[in-house]
Design a binder for this molecule. Sequence first.
Ligand SMILES: NC(=O)c1ccc[n+]([C@@H]2O[C@H](COP(=O)([O-])OP(=O)(O)OC[C@H]3O[C@@H](n4cnc5c(N)ncnc54)[C@H](O)[C@@H]3O)[C@@H](O)[C@H]2O)c1
Length: 365
Amino acid sequence: MSSEKVHVALAGRSYDIHIGGGMLSRAGELLKPFARGLMPIVTDEHVAKLHLQKLTASLEASGIKSRSIALPPGERTKSFAGLEKLTTELLACGVDRGRLVVALGGGVIGDLAGFAAGILKRGVDFAQIPTTLLAQVDSSVGGKTAINVPQGKNLVGMFHQPRIVIADIEALTSLPKRELLAGYAEVVKYGALGDADFFAWLEANGAKVLAGDEAARTHIVAHSCKMKAEIVARDERETGDRALLNLGHTFGHALEAATGFSDRLLHGEAVAVGTVLALQLSAKLGLSPTIDAERYARHLKAVGLPASIADIDGARPDVDTLISHMMHDKKAHDGKLTFILVKGIGHAFTSRDVPLDAVRSVLAA
Ligand SMILES: NC(=O)c1ccc[n+]([C@@H]2O[C@H](COP(=O)([O-])OP(=O)(O)OC[C@H]3O[C@@H](n4cnc5c(N)ncnc54)[C@H](O)[C@@H]3O)[C@@H](O)[C@H]2O)c1
């Protein structure tokens, strides 16, 4: 069984990410150094049925007693109501400063449990055990935690780094294909933003990854985490380079908003289309070869991801609606649109002065 360890270097808040097949069975041994008293495990009802037993058995084998709190699956749990329910249950478990809260699940559980841990008793430690590909390569690493409010997604939250991340590659075998692909879109994005060789590796090996090859999956999760860890170590609070991770997100968020944040378009799918649009915009502005956008789109299509607005089910969102959503994005400042553009695949940079006409023409194409 292949396994890898990635270090996130953040001085007093540093931690390791353990990645590999069968990691859930090693969770007891890995969490033992942080264990004091009853360990609360926050999960969703769906993940609980699939993976909780393996985790609790491993904790028990290491002499750790646990209590699980299973919340309804889905984005609606990441809300003030979900936070109230969770913090109430954590307090009922007697959580205090010395205790470790464990998040077992996708990005919804990781974001919510991380935020709850961050504010409970003014901050308790937490561990991330991500079970979706998106959570393993993105949301469990870097310390962003949040809930959604009626005004928008992730608008109430805080930076709170986990003490440890445990990514079991075997857990991905139960993930529906569409969710797996949505996470894969974030993996390919790492290639586009900072590593052309990794993108080429994915072109050659993407099919193997998606078919379930454990060593290939361990490699892409570890490589993505390594790239994210390096960026987060340079810019924990997103005052500079961390924004590069938002490649494809200005377009992607607008597409998600225009499709009502519904099952019509998952976040990862929106990032896939958004990244192609960002590459096309870079080409339109003469910064990047047109062929790179074509090559990127070809790989997404080959694995079964949407690669253009036309690939999104239902009526095509109109250009004005999309532009208006971009103007209201939390990352837009003073009416200026911020885009992550590329100077070719693997070379992303932030641009705050993109002419609206160019954006409009890419969206209309
Ligand atoms: N904090 C960050 O830096 C960051 C980054 C990106 C995304 N996010 C957030 O992450 C969330 C999306 O995460 P997600 O895509 O993991 O969604 P999710 O947590 O809703 O999981 C998707 C679905 O998969 C199910 N599931 C989870 N693991 C499974 C498994 N192993 N087998 C079968 N089913 C499984 C869940 O029950 C759920 O129904 C969003 O709220 C987004 O805002 C946060």
